[in-house]
Structure formats: C-alpha cells, structure tokens
Design a protein. Structure first.
Length: 329
C-alpha cells in the first residue's frame, strides 16, 4: 500500500501517525486475503462438483466451518509488515508485488503398488510316491529239470514299478516236482513285459525274498519255446504268464517249483530331491505420500480489495488446472 492510500483513509479518534496506517493497511490486507480465499473456494467447489467420484471439503478461515480435513485454505493478512521489508522501508513504494495475495497449495497424493524383490526359500526333501499295485515282469533266462518226480528250476528276470518306471534285477530259485531236462534258454529280446496287479500297494522291498512259484513246460533245440507262469502268492498276484521264445534251450521239461524271488542288490527306493534353496520373486505392497507444492499470486489495484477481471480469469485458470490434473490421478 502506498503512502497516498494510507493517508486517504480516515483516522480513528485517539490514534494518529504510523500506528493508524499499519492498522488500515492490515485491514485492507485481510480483506484482500479473505476475498481470494472465498473466490478460490467457490471456484474449487464448482470444478470438483462435476466429478462425483471425488469427495472434498473446505475449511473456511472466515466462517470457521469445517466438514472434513480434506481441503484447507486459511487466509491471513500481513498488512505492510512484509512489503515494507521488500520495499526497503520506503513507505511510498507501490509496486504490484506489494499489492498481492499469495496462494500456496500443497497437494498430497498417496502412491501405492507392489514392489518386486527376490527371496531365498528352503525346499525340504521331496520324494515321489513309489508304492503301487501296478507292476510288470520279464524273464531273461530260465532253465529246469526233473528226475523221478523231483524237480528244480531257476530264472533270472526284471521287475518294473509301472508307477515310477524303475526296474530291478531279480531271480527265482526253487524246487518241486518235474520231469525231463532242459538247458537254460535266454530271451533274445523277443519277449515283452507282462503287466500284473497286486492286491495291495507295495514296493520293491515287498518282492525281495518273497515266496514265489514258477510253473514251466517247454522244448527246444537251440531255439525253443517255453511256457512259464510265475506267482507271488503273498502279493495276491498269481499265474502271471512269462513264457516265450528263447535261444540255447535244448531238451524237454515240465515242472512246478516253489521258491523265493530275490532282488539283486539294494531294492530301488523312492526318487527324492534333496533339501535345497531356490530364489523366487516376491511382491511386497508399498504405500507412501508425495507432495506437490503450487503457488499462484493475485494482484490488486491500488487501495482496492476487489479482484479485477484479469486476476479473476488467471485465478480461475489456476484452480481449473489443479482440479483437472489431480482428478485424473
């Protein structure tokens, strides 16, 4: 405010000089601040009312009413205590910058999302299920003979767990009744696996040293054909046909022999993946606030607290910019 402005205003009774000028300048300053506050609030309400998804409230420093702490725009008049400093103490200074109201807006935005990171995880030992009732068997070498009603037989073959695909070498040795004699005949690969089913689920351990029965009948002259059936009575699997063509068998025999089927070496156990660590990507939620500081200045004509048309337009554009920018976020 200029010196001419302050001298043109009436002086209250009992007060003269600088103190009266300060009081009048402070009143003018407060009126300007209140007018800017009120106009800003009305503009803000108008622009925000068109967006039904955004809730807002405004605190008024003039009326003191307050809905929620969402938008607050308190106004304060400082009179000439700051502008005199800016003007170097010259009471006649009347630059537009000394007839202004500064609007400082701080917009707080909440940022949230999921932040990726890597973490180590210990995977305990995992073993695939290997007990099953689905099996297969194949004989690769067999021979037997009998005399005066007494007989004996042996066989070498393979046992397969059809669930895991594991194979174990095994053999049968037994005795019983039989006639004739046949040298051992080897399977040249012409035969195939014979599938069978056990009564209960079991493992290779259950076939090791288990009671078995081998029934054979065959004839050959270097290349022959032998009929054979093997049974595992303890497993509920009987009369599994394992016969076929063979090479090397000479002679004729027939017999039924009881003995044991034995697994060669250690029976295969479950296939396991040892305990180990793995790296995996995890996502952790995050949330934080960011603040944007915005400023707009409204300038006034000398001695006036009314906002002129140009300043009205500029203030309106500033409020619209705020609402457009942050309504979309």
């Amino acid at each position: 405010m200029s010196k001419e402005e302050s001298e043109a205003m009436p002086v209250p009774d009992g007060k003269t000089g600088r103190s009266t000028s300060e009081e009048l300048n402070l009143t003018l300053s407060q009126d300007r601040a209140n007018n800017v506050e009120y106009l800003f609030q009305e503009m803000f309400r108008r622009y925000m009312a068109g967006n039904g998804e955004i809730e807002f409230a405004i605190q008024s420093s003039v009326s003191g009413e307050r809905d929620e702490e969402v938008v607050s725009l308190p106004a304060e008049g400082v009179g000439d205590r700051e502008t005199l400093v800016e003007g170097g103490g010259d009471v006649e200074a009347n630059d537009p910058a000394m007839r202004r109201v500064d609007i400082d807006i701080v917009v707080t935005r909440q940022e949230s999302g999921m932040a990726p990171s890597m973490e180590s995880r210990v995977i305990p030992e995992e073993c695939e299920p290997h007990a099953t009732n689905q099996w297969a068997i194949k004989l690769t070498l067999a021979g037997g003979g009998g005399h005066a009603g007494l007989g004996g037989a042996f066989a070498i073959g393979q046992l397969k767990n059809r669930r895991t695909g594991q194979i174990a070498e095994g053999s049968f040795v037994g005795g019983g009744i039989g006639v004739g004699l046949q040298t051992p005949g080897a399977d040249p690969g012409w035969g195939d696996w014979t599938d069978f089913v056990t009564e209960d689920i079991c493992t290779f351990d259950d076939f090791d040293n288990t009671l078995s029965r081998l029934t054979t009948a065959g004839a050959g002259a270097f290349v022959g054909y032998g009929m054979a059936w093997i049974s595992f009575p303890m497993r509920g699997a009987n009369s599994i046909y394992v016969g076929g063509f063979n090479v090397g068998a000479v002679g004729i025999d027939a017999g039924s022999n009881v003995g044991n089927w034995n697994i060669h070496g250690t029976p295969p156990g479950p296939r396991c993946v040892p305990e180990h660590e793995v790296e995996r990507e995890v996502f952790t939620p995050f949330q934080f606030d960011t603040q944007d500081g915005l400023r707009h200045t409204v300038y006034f004509d000398t001695g006036s607290s009314e906002i002129n048309d140009e300043q009205f337009r500029l203030l309106d554009a500033f409020v619209q910019h705020i609402t457009d920018r942050y309504s979309d976020e």
